[in-house]
Structure formats: C-alpha cells, structure tokens
Design a protein around this ligand. Structure first.
Ligand code: ZN
Ligand code: ZN
Length: 471
C-alpha cells in the first residue's frame, strides 16, 4: 500500500524523469528549414503570433505498438493486437502523439525566421484515455506541457510570452469544472505558477495571473493599443455538468467580466483579440451546440457591441480547421465578427498534426493573414524526422482580399457553398490536408458545415439549413 507521502515522491520522480526526457528530446529534435511567403506587401508593418492547441500528449505512446487495437485509444505498449505498427512520431488512427512530436513543433516555431510577439497555447494537454483522468494524472500533464512550452521556446524572442488557456480535457473528471473557484485550485494554481515567467512579462501580468488562478479567464496588454482576452470556455461547455447546478445565466460571471473588460479596452483605444478553447456556436458535424445557447447569445451580443475593437477570435478543441461567423442578434444577417478554429497538434483522429501563425498590422492590429502548418506523419516516420510545411494561407489559399467578417461570410456563402473547387480545398483543409473522412461537395455533411460556420446562434443556423445554405 502506498501512503500519500510516497505517492507524492513517486509522482515527483515521474515528473522529473519526464522533464529530463524532454531536455533530451530538445537536443535531438530536427526541423525543416522554414520558408514562407508572407502576403503583406508591407511586412515590416506586420506583427505575428502563433496558435498551438490540443497536443493531447501520450506518455504511454509506443513506437511499434498496434494502431488498430480495437480499444478506444491505441498505439500504446499495452494495446492488444498485431495490426499496423505505430510510427515514431504518431500514426493515423485512434492514437495521440508522443512528446517528441510536440517538441518538434515548438522547435519549428522557435527557429522560424520572423519575430512573433507571443504564442497562444489553447489547452487539452493529455491523451484521450479519459477514464484514467484524476487530479494527479492531469496535473502532471499540465506541468509537463507548461515546461515543454517554456523549454521548447527558450531562446526565442517570445520565450516569456506564452499565453495559456485551459481545455476541457485538462479537468478531472473530463469536462467537469465546478463553479466554485476554490475547487479548481488543484489545477489552476500550480499551472498558473508554472506560467508565472510568462505572466511576469506583461505590464498587467500579476493581476492576470491572479485572475487565471481564480477563474481561468484573464486579460493581458500585449503591446500599447493591443490586448488579449482569454476566456474560460468551461463556463459554456455543455458537457460541464456543473453548469446544471445553477440557474445563473452567466456562470462564473464571465460575460459580465468580458463586457467590463471590453468597455475599458474601448475607452483606452485598444484593439482586442479573444482567445479560448471550445469555439462558440454549433458543431460543424452534429448540429448540437458546441457552447451553451446562453453563452452563444451573450457572446453574440458582446461581439456585435464591440465589433469595432475586436480584431478576431481563436479557438481549438474540434481538432479541425474551420470558421465561425458571428451575426447581428436581431436579424442574423449582418456579419459582426469571426472566430478561427485552429486544427490540433495531435493527429487524433486522423488528420495531420498542425498549428498556426497569425499576421496582423502593427498600426491597426487588424488581422492580415493566417498561415497553417502541417506535418505528414507517414513521411515523418519513413524519414526519421518531422518536416513541418505551410499547408496554405487564408488570403492566397481562398483568393480573399482581407479577413473582415463580411469577407469571411462571403467566403462561406458565395464561394465554399456554391463553388465545388473552393469547397474541395476547404474540405481537405478541414482535416489539415489528410485525405480521409473528407466531406464531399454533394453530401449532406456540407450543408451542416456551411450553416454552422456561417452562424453562431441556433436561430440563424436553422434558417440556413432550411434555406439550403442561402444566406
Ligand atoms: Zn482536444
Ligand atoms: Zn477540447
């Protein structure tokens, strides 16, 4: 029988071993020489940030193990069967990724030849063995990822600027986040402390760290005139059953806080980017609300009210590459804002590992372009090294002139919906370039995706579905 003290010592030893292993990986990781063509004609006027989300690291990932093992998660030493052997960097199937693949992505970002101002880390630290989740298990992964980000980006210009958010998989049990802040201290306090080096690099960092540790949401001033607001999407996750314990329409008072924060930003003449884990709106595949209806409505009102200062929103969670366009609440016809959903670093389930670079104008802080990077795991496993390459950028990849809400709405309804060639590009990019499970132009899955991307409110989605995507 293991007493508590022994358990802490054992858990600490495992953690130390993981950190040593991580340092070993850092010294041995290989990356491609990264070259991209930046869209802007005046790129000296551009700022950049990276968005990395959903690594779902699996410390039990084992090269040579069974990929189609018949269980919910495979590619582990314990996986039964003798099917396709798992590759070194990950394998397409019900598998997550080893730490080495995540470190490779961070090394690519660190050595990329342009000056980014920060990295947004979107959450979901650990693998999909949801039944194993407990506070100790999940916290070890939280600290592992925090240290991986810190050491993996060490030496880069933005090494002190990693902006974290919490994912639904970071909670134990999965999705469950009590509304009483003290009950989440087991995760938010130590993980917040692990990112203290980053919070300290912002002028309002100490207050932001306190807010993260208490509520999971916070705001930091990125540079004069440009602010990041990180929301805790567990307060709008329909699978967080703690939300059933309250009649409060604004759990965690997050929307009230967001309103106050944006009002202050507007008064200070700042532009704002909103960052989070679960995207607002409706699922692109199931027609179910991805975030609660009350949140979708509250958020739609806020986005409409502050559309002049909001430059964009970034989320992860679905592991796919897609969009969400906010519309005015009264008519669901006028685009007011855009949420970009960045595909995951894990391949779960059957897409290429990926992450993003966002380009913005340094004077206006408006978004200029978004670049998606991917790796082909089959090639990586054959080559013995991961080659990250740019899959596409929004402006050139879709033939856009800008990333305004009207342009993105036009992309969805005037290009992706009626033009097969444009849809085919999107459908492949949805899975980060992996050509399996592609939703074809003539299939019913297309209309669901079009309407879920073109609306955040269910009322607008319903009209869209009934009118066959005419909007
Ligand atoms: Zn995830
Ligand atoms: Zn998630």
């Amino acid at each position: 029988m293991i007493n508590n003290m022994n358990r802490i010592v054992i858990s600490g030893s495992i953690y130390l071993l993981l950190v040593i292993f991580m340092i070993f990986l850092l010294e041995n990781v290989q990356s491609a020489s990264p070259i991209i063509k930046i869209n802007s004609g005046s790129s000296s006027n551009s700022g950049f940030f990276w968005h990395v989300t959903d690594p779902h690291l699996d410390s039990d990932y084992s090269q040579g193990s069974s990929v189609e093992c018949g269980e919910l998660i495979c590619c582990r030493k314990s996986s039964p069967g003798n099917s396709t052997k798992a590759g070194r960097f990950g394998s397409y199937g019900p598998c997550d990724i080893p730490l080495e693949t995540f470190m490779s992505a961070l090394d690519f970002i660190k050595t990329y030849p342009l000056e980014a101002s920060f990295v947004f880390y979107g959450g979901d630290n650990l693998a999909h063995d949801d039944w194993n989740y407990n506070q100790e298990y999940n916290l070890n992964y939280g600290l592992l990822v925090a240290n991986a980000l810190r050491s993996g980006l060490s030496g880069s210009k933005f090494q002190n600027r990693i902006i974290p958010s919490m994912g639904n998989h970071d909670m134990a049990p999965i999705n469950l986040t009590p509304l009483d802040p003290s009950k989440n201290a087991w995760y938010l306090h130590p993980v917040g402390d692990a990112f203290q080096f980053s919070f300290n690099s912002f002028p309002d960092g100490p207050a932001a760290l306190n807010s993260f540790k208490e509520m999971g949401y916070y705001t930091v001033l990125l540079e004069p005139g440009f602010r990041a607001v990180v929301i805790n999407t567990q307060f709008c996750n329909p699978l967080n059953f703690w939300l059933l314990s309250t009649t409060d329409k604004d759990p965690g008072q997050q929307l009230a806080w967001l309103n106050t924060t944006l009002a202050a930003a507007q008064a200070a003449n700042e532009k704002v980017v909103i960052l989070g884990h679960i995207p607002p709106g409706i699922s692109t595949s199931s027609s179910l609300e991805e975030s609660t209806g009350e949140f979708n409505l509250g958020m739609s009102k806020i986005v409409e009210r502050y559309s002049s200062i909001l430059v964009g929103q970034f989320y992860g969670h679905t592991h796919n590459d897609h969009l969400k366009v906010f519309k005015d609440v009264a008519t669901s016809t006028k685009p007011t804002g855009v949420a970009y959903v960045t595909p995951a670093v894990t391949q779960w389930e059957e897409h290429n590992p990926s992450f993003r670079l966002v380009q913005y104008n340094k004077q206006t802080f408006q978004l200029e372009n978004i670049f998606t990077f991917v790796a082909n795991l089959t090639k990586a496993n054959l080559d013995g090294k991961i080659t990250w390459s740019m899959e596409y950028d929004f402006i050139n990849g879709y033939g856009l002139t800008d990333l305004s809400p009207a342009s993105i709405n036009g992309l969805i309804f005037n290009q992706l919906n009626p033009v097969k060639e444009q849809w085919d590009k999107f459908a492949l990019r949805f899975g980060a370039g992996y050509p399996k499970n592609v939703c074809h132009f003539d299939k019913p899955c297309k209309l669901k995706k079009i309407c879920a991307m073109g609306n955040v409110l269910y009322s607008g989605y319903d009209i869209c579905i009934k009118s066959n995507g005419k909007q």
